[in-house]
Structures are given as structure tokens and as C-alpha cells.
Design a protein around this ligand. Structure first.
Ligand code: UT7
Length: 338
């Protein structure tokens, strides 16, 4: 028996209370609930009302995951945070979480940026560290404050995204919960989704007037994802790991567009009860969408534990990644919602 197998022992999530409906967006530009819902499946999204709430929810999601894992904050020996749209660049989100949780030890903590693929990349990093024996309890955080980086005069992008936070604890143990995991990137089509960083006022170099605003070539992204993701799940995630889709209980995809979720569902020939979607009332929460969907679905009884789920994230980079994970009993407990 090895003690270096990755066990997903706890998950947590937090959603802001401020709700913006499609009808609210009609006051900003020419759009309609019908257009947005029929193209995306989205009816409303939740936004952090301020930075203080974002940090409060970061701590809440992290504590949920740690409590579900049944460990103390001091047992965490690495914090990693997937964030491409943080509240601040420094201190990092992972270091901020270390402070908020009151962790006294000088454990390592770092952020990484892969947009909507954040949770899957985080799980891949945790998998490698746990199997190598370097760390025993890794806290993965996903934190994207999308609303901060959107142009709220642009009806093509600002309809899509919402804010939210996810958390997971991966611990070294005797059972393997990561049955398949893979990450990919194609930087040649990086211009499909961009978020430039403006220059400051350095007088010694050429500066630019770029705005720190997310822009997306929606149709290109849609085609890219629709071409790649269904095959990627069936061939790379399932077939290469000798996993029969019928032996997996749930599909928990990045919540980018209900039509993409439907396309993957049809490819896998899954019935509706196997497919988890909350895009209707949360929109696309970027790195957090898979963890939020997972936690919520367990809370609502849509996902039973123990069970197995296909996960897959995709987005800016372009980056994508997927896996099959075991959802063990107790990974998310209603009594730990606070
Ligand atoms: O998380 C990262 C991954 N992201 C994704 O997977 C997103 C993938 N892309 C999409 O889901 C879709 O491309 C969107 C939902 C973003 C957009 O749908 P679309 O069918 O690709 O629309 P479009 O951008 O091609 O626009 C079609 C028309 C345009 O009108 P014209 O120029 O043809 O006259 C737009 O101006 O729809 C218009 N339009 C809108 N109309 C009403 C665009 N946005 C809106 C809007 N309301 N909000």
C-alpha cells in the first residue's frame, strides 16, 4: 500500500449575493432575455459587491473544503490558487488565503493563471505533488472576479460571466481519486480571448493605452471548443485511460455555454440526470465553475456520493484539461455550509 495516492477529501464553494438578471442587462445595451438565454442558457449571474465580500467568500470556501476534509488549517502544506482575474495581483490570492485562514506556518503558496481551465490544472499540479510525496494536504483555490475585467458596454462578453469561488483539498492517502487527468494548451490561437495589461507611466519605454478588459472572439472560441472538447473527452480522457463512459456517473463540464454542455452530453449519450449544469443562474464563473457546480449538485442531492465524474475545463490560452475523478462520501457535507 502506498500513502502517496491523491484523495480528494474536501470541496467548498461560495457565491456572491448580488444578482444581475438578463433583464437588468437590457438597461445597459440592446439585448433581451430571449437572445441571451437561447444562445447561452444564462438567465442571471452573481457578482462580488466589493473586494471585502470577495475575500470573505474566499475564506468561506476554503474553510468549507478544509472542514469537509476533516483536517486543521495547520495541516495544509501547500496552497495553490487558479486566478486569471484576481482582485489584486499582490499579495497573491493564495498568500491572502493563508493569512485569512490564520495559517501560522510558512508553507508555500502560489497563484497560476489558466483562466477557465484553472481547477483541472490545479488538480493536475496537486496530483503530481501528492504522488511525488512532496506535500500531504494541498488546498486548491479557484478565484475569478470576472465582473471587474468586463466591458459592461459590450453585449458580446458581459452577458456571459459571473463571479464565484471554489476550493478543494487533495490529501495523500491509500486510495486514488484521480482516475484520469490531462492538461493541454494551444497558444497559437491565444488571440481568441485576450485581457491586456496597461502600462504604468515609465518614461523610459514605449507605453500603450490598452485597457484591462476581457475581449473574446465568441464564434472562434465556440468553434474551437465544439471541435476539440467532445473528442478530447472520449479519446484522451476516457479511451486512453481505459474508462468506459457508462461506468462514469456524472459529467461536470466548465459552465461556458449550455449548448456546449449539450453537445458533449449527446456525444456521451448521457441522460439529463447525469449532466450537471448551473449556468442558468450563475453564468460562467471561469476557473470556479466546475467546483461550484460539483459542490452545489452534491448539496442539492443531484450528485450522489460515492460516484465518479468526468470533469473538463477550457478557455483562454487557449488552454483545456480534463479528467475522471472519484467523489467520495463526505467530500462535501451540508453541515459545513456556513
Ligand atoms: O469560458 C471561456 C469559453 N467561452 C466560451 O465557450 C464562449 C463561446 N462562445 C459563445 O458561447 C458564443 O459565441 C456567444 C454566446 C458568446 C455569442 O453567440 P454567437 O451566436 O456566436 O453571436 P455573435 O457574437 O456571432 O453575434 C451574432 C449577432 C451579432 O449581430 P450582427 O453583427 O450579426 O448583426 C451580434 O451583434 O448577435 C449580436 N449580439 C447580440 N444581440 C443581442 C451579440 N451579443 C448580443 C446580445 N444581445 N447580448
Amino acid at each position: 500500500m502506498t500513502n502517496n495516492l491523491p484523495m480528494i477529501t474536501g470541496i467548498g464553494y461560495a457565491i456572491p449575493t448580488k444578482v444581475v438578471t438578463n433583464n437588468d442587462l437590457t438597461t445597459l445595451y440592446d439585448t433581451s432575455d430571449e437572445w441571451i438565454y437561447s444562445r447561452t442558457g444564462i438567465k442571471e449571474r452573481h457578482l462580488f459587491k466589493n473586494d471585502a465580500e470577495a475575500f470573505e467568500l474566499l475564506e468561506k470556501a476554503a474553510r468549507q473544503a478544509i472542514n469537509n476534509a476533516g483536517i486543521d488549517v495547520e495541516d495544509i502544506d501547500l496552497i495553490i490558487a487558479a486566478t486569471s482575474m484576481p482582485v489584486q495581483m499582490m499579495p497573491t490570492i493564495s498568500c491572502t488565503a493563508q493569512r485569512l485562514l490564520g495559517i501560522k506556518r510558512n508553507i508555500p503558496a502560489f497563484d497560476f493563471s489558466v483562466a477557465c481551465s484553472g481547477f483541472v490544472y490545479g488538480l493536475d499540479i496537486a496530483n503530481a505533488y501528492i504522488r511525488s510525496g512532496i506535500y500531504k494536504n494541498i488546498l486548491i483555490l479557484t478565484f475569478d472576479n470576472c465582473s471587474r475585467y468586463l466591458d459592461w458596454t459590450d453585449r458580446r462578453t458581459s452577458i456571459l460571466f459571473g463571479d464565484g469561488i471554489g476550493a478543494a483539498v487533495v490529501s495523500a492517502g491509500e486510495e486514488n481519486d484521480i482516475l484520469a487527468i490531462d492538461i493541454k494548451a494551444d497558444g497559437h490561437v491565444g488571440d481568441y480571448i485576450t485581457l491586456p495589461v496597461p502600462h504604468g507611466n515609465c518614461p523610459f519605454v514605449e507605453t500603450n493605452d490598452d485597457k484591462q478588459i476581457l475581449a473574446m472572439k465568441g464564434q472562434d472560441v465556440y468553434k474551437f471548443v465544439a471541435n476539440i472538447i467532445p473528442n478530447y473527452i472520449t479519446d484522451t480522457i476516457l479511451a486512453q485511460n481505459n474508462i468506459d463512459s457508462d461506468t462514469v456517473d456524472y459529467l461536470i463540464l466548465h459552465q461556458a455555454n449550455q449548448r456546449i454542455i449539450k453537445a458533449v452530453q449527446e456525444r456521451l449519450n448521457y441522460t439529463d440526470d447525469k449532466v450537471i449544469s448551473n449556468i442558468e443562474y450563475l453564468g460562467n464563473t471561469s476557473a470556479s465553475s466546475i467546483l461550484i457546480a460539483m459542490g452545489e449538485a452534491i448539496k442539492q442531492g443531484k450528485v450522489k456520493t460515492p460516484s465518479k465524474a468526468i470533469i473538463c475545463g477550457f478557455g483562454a490560452g487557449m488552454c483545456w484539461g480534463g479528467g475522471v475523478i472519484r467523489l467520495r462520501e463526505g467530500v462535501f457535507r451540508k453541515e459545513n455550509i456556513f
